[in-house]
Write a protein that binds this ligand. Structure first.
Ligand code: NDP
Length: 443
């Protein structure tokens, strides 16, 4: 058994109930095999064993009271995975599906994503099984305050800086920040995604979706294709999806779909992004409400990936939303590029289909890194007590995404895996973290 195989084997025995975490670790360790199995220094320093074990994981009780005076208890998580290259950084997910396996998978992926940005940030993730859907504003506030009553002990501007994720938008970050300040008496950049009036960065809201489109544009350009004029299918209609649709439309692509957890919309006239923003960000309605504005569009229940044909697919909803059959259908109906906006939306078998059928594929840890990169820019602005214009932040974001693309591409070429950006992203992200861990000794 090789070194990387042994670490994976032991990890599976140690964490039998964490399928998402094992899925993510398996993909990374397989990609790293040519690096770590051929250099005895990694085994000698137990580097992989240390890499797959979080530095710290915290689970706690979140008791809160609803508008009817009824008490609820949710479970809170913060997994601080790796701080070798900088303070822990990663979002907080609020969704009933949240469990330790999902938070560990996201935290593990975050290590490599954050490293790929070229900025000094470690990897972490957190969240709760709380369901924000259908809750009043006051209930959301009381929940966020109760969450922070415990979380504040473990975070801070130079220690761990959480951010938004599914279910945690500007409103939730505002309530979390308010409670942190109340408890600690400190006005510091302990969270990113803050409102513009209290330390938030311009372009953070747009960053993940815009960044996804910037890297997709570069990928296509580098392969003799043009995103402008292409048919782009998007899934999801949350933060990432909305701003991916907005930027893709701005640069001349035709976005034909979006979705939510109940169904999908296909609009051959091009998705009306402003209408989606209103439905999701203002009215907080189901995506089917799109038909009230555009009755010519099609609404269906089930997965968008069973029903759409496109040149470019940008899955922006959630993990494991594209399976093997759906990947085959997409490739066989002319889709030539898939760039992940969500974290791990393509399952392992589907990823293999894309690689086998020569569909250009960029994994989320590279293609959705624009969000965390801009969060790190927010941290920088907070530290120097300053703020940059939208255009300054957007230009930095674009530069970072283009750098990520060529950094990945170099790693692909160096390890004889041309156009295999799964391998390229994992190796490029890993090298910096591994060097830092080696230099800092066995800690
Ligand atoms: P949001 O909560 O804003 O939106 C999520 C979207 O996905 C919603 O449209 C939601 O539908 C849909 N969705 C959620 N679960 C499912 C499901 N099981 N099936 C189908 N659709 C589903 O989240 P974000 O846009 O912020 O995040 C989307 C993804 O991008 C996540 O994987 C997240 O980790 C990742 N990501 C986000 C970043 C960010 O900056 N926001 C940064 C990097 C990655 P509904 O409205 O019905 O809930």
């Amino acid at each position: 058994m090789t070194y990387s195989e042994k670490v994976l084997h032991d990890l599976k025995i140690k964490n039998p109930n964490e399928p998402e975490f094992i899925q993510a670790a398996e993909e990374v360790l397989e990609s790293l095999a040519p690096v770590v199995d051929n250099d005895p220094r990694y085994q000698k320093t137990g580097l992989l064993e240390r890499l797959v074990e979080p530095e710290r994981q915290i689970m706690f009780r979140i008791p809160w009271v609803d508008d009817n005076g009824e008490v609820h208890v949710n479970r809170g998580y913060r997994v601080q995975f790796n701080s070798a290259i900088g303070p822990f950084k990663g979002g907080l997910r609020l969704h009933p599906s949240v469990n330790l396996s999902i938070i560990k998978f996201l935290g593990f992926e975050q290590i490599f994503k954050n490293s790929l940005t070229g900025l000094p940030i470690g990897g972490a993730k957190g969240g709760s099984d709380f369901d924000p859907k259908g809750k009043s504003d006051m209930e959301i506030m009381r929940f966020c305050q109760a969450f922070m009553n415990e979380l504040y002990k473990y975070i801070g501007a130079d220690e761990d800086v959480p951010a938004g994720d599914i279910g945690t938008g500007a409103r939730e970050v505002g309530y979390l920040y308010g409670q942190y300040k109340k408890l600690t008496n400190r006005s510091e950049g302990c969270l990113t995604g803050k409102g513009l009036s209290f330390g938030g960065s311009l372009a953070r809201t747009e960053a993940t979706g815009y960044g996804l489109v910037y890297i997709t544009e570069e990928l296509l350009k580098d392969h003799g294709k043009d995103i402008s004029g292409s048919r782009v299918a998007v899934s999801g209609s949350g933060n990432v999806a909305i701003y991916a649709m907005e930027k893709a439309t701005q640069i001349g692509a035709k976005v034909i779909s979006c979705s939510d957890s109940t169904g999908y919309i296909i609009d051959e006239n091009g998705i009306d992004v402003e209408a989606v923003k209103k439905i999701k960000e203002v009215d907080r309605k189901r995506i089917s409400a799109y038909l009230e504005i555009h009755p010519d569009a099609t609404y269906g229940e089930g997965s968008i990936w069973d029903n759409v044909t496109c040149d470019v697919a940008l899955p922006c909803a959630t993990q494991n939303e594209i399976n093997k059959e759906q990947a085959e259908r997409l490739a066989d109906t002319g889709c030539y590029a898939v760039c992940e906006g969500a974290n791990m939306p393509t399952n392992a078998e589907a990823t293999q289909v894309f690689l086998d059928k020569n569909v250009l594929f960029i994994p989320g840890k590279a293609s959705n890194a624009g969000g965390v990169a801009t969060s790190a820019l927010e941290m920088g602005q907070n530290s120097i007590r300053s703020s940059w214009t939208f255009d300054e932040v957007d230009a930095k974001l674009k530069g970072i995404m283009i750098n990520i693309y060529y950094h990945m591409k170099d790693a692909c070429e160096q390890f004889d895996a041309v156009d295999n950006f799964v391998v390229g992203a994992n190796i490029a992200g890993f090298m910096k973290v591994a060097d830092a861990m080696m230099a800092q000794g066995i800690v």
